[in-house]
Ligand binder design. Structure first.
Ligand code: NI
Length: 384
């Protein structure tokens, strides 16, 4: 690899990676990060796009006619105290790039530099999306609501991946991550003395029935070959041994990899919770929070990226998992590819000992640059 990058640019990019890693900022507070990205892009003569966003950066390279490809890199860090021995470890107490988004920022910067050098050859335009607030699961929505993905014909992004050699590219057509929903339920009965339950309506017995009934959704209501999960993770009620309380509370999450199953689980959940509550004479207040959909890779584009990436690195089949990335929100309306790129280290994400090999940013640069040129070429064929 790196024949297109060269030592001087590689050194510059790795120095930027160390800067961003050393100066991590939490979701929606990426002010210095934003300023630094803008400064670098301006130095390279790259056009910034005005936005209504508080943080994050949008920029464009290419010609006015032809397809537009979005390139997305997320820029935020996590509320974790870094415990690595890296010479460029975080200087911000309690904040750390423990998901490696510093490598995403710099990969996108590196690609921006290279694409700018070849601007006149591009068969369309790339829109660089340095996205805020991925960790809070709502940065993509902010970018979308600000109108910044209008007109995009395709979108490309990646996440660095632990436990893979540096630069290996993971790809998979279709769903690769879970859709996330969250629920909170409050059951309200009538409190009474523990010795005289007939004088009240016990929400704890109702809660027990709810827990069992909810477990029938996955086992009885959805296709066993498709799957999904409903997990109750927190229950709370009462505060002493001789009083039947008035309220019982539980919350949890639903993870699915299929839109129809996602709907089905929600509908069954609401029916079961309401009717079970009714059977026990208590009322149920349900708060349902719809989270990110699944990452869902477009077949045509994934095949292009697989072919192009295999020219400079090893490509492997990505294993689907039920974690999430708000990149999925873009893919609701724009065909896209979300890849993994090995970071050459073996510590999991969101861990205080997390690290990524510096060369991740060189492979990330090449990944964005080469695939951008190829995708724009393929899409412009498609359009003509
Ligand atoms: Ni991440």
């Amino acid at each position: 690899m790196t024949e297109i990058i060269g030592k001087e640019l590689a050194d510059e990019l790795i120095a930027y990676r160390h800067y961003f890693h050393e100066n991590p900022e939490l979701s929606n507070q990426e002010f210095k990060t934003t300023a630094k990205i803008k400064e670098i892009l301006k130095n390279w003569g790259i056009k910034l796009i005005p936005t209504g966003l508080k943080t994050g950066v949008l920029a464009e390279i290419g010609r006015e006619s032809g397809p537009i490809l979005g390139l997305r890199g997320d820029i935020d860090a996590l509320p974790i105290q870094e415990e690595t021995d890296e010479p460029f470890k975080s200087v911000n107490p309690g904040v750390m790039h423990a998901c490696g988004h510093d490598t995403h920022i710099v990969s996108l910067l590196g690609a921006a530099y290279l694409l700018k050098q070849r601007e006149s050859e591009l068969q369309g335009k790339v829109r660089l999306i340095f996205q805020l607030s991925e960790e809070a699961n709502e940065g993509a929505l902010q970018v979308i609501n600000d109108g910044q993905v209008q007109g995009l014909d395709a979108i490309l992004g990646f996440h660095n991946a632990s436990n893979y050699p540096v630069g290996y590219v993971g790809l998979k057509v279709g769903i690769t991550s879970g859709a996330i929903d969250k629920f909170k339920v409050t059951l309200t009965g009538v409190g009474s003395h523990a010795s005289a339950p007939q004088n009240g309506t016990d929400p704890i017995v109702a809660l027990g029935a709810e827990i069992s009934a909810i477990q029938t959704i996955v086992s009885r209501n959805i296709d066993p070959l498709k799957g999904g999960v409903v997990s109750i993770t927190h229950v709370e009620s009462g505060n002493t041994w001789n009083i039947l309380p008035e309220i019982a509370f539980f919350e949890g999450t639903v993870r699915t990899a299929d839109k129809e199953i996602r709907k089905r689980i929600k509908n069954r959940f609401i029916d079961i919770v309401k009717l079970t509550a009714r059977a026990h004479g208590v009322t149920a207040a349900i708060d349902w929070y719809t989270g990110d959909p699944s990452v869902n890779n477009d077949q045509f584009l994934t095949n292009i990226v697989r072919d192009e990436s295999s020219k400079f690195t090893t490509v492997y089949e990505m294993t689907p998992q039920l974690g999430s990335d708000d990149f999925a929100c873009y893919q609701e309306t724009i065909p896209g590819v979300y890849a993994n790129i090995g970071n050459g280290r073996n510590v999991g994400h969101h861990n205080p000992h997390f690290t990524a090999d510096d060369d991740t940013v060189l492979y990330g640069t090449e990944f964005f640059e080469k695939n951008s040129i190829r995708i724009l070429r393929e899409l412009s064929k498609d359009k003509s």
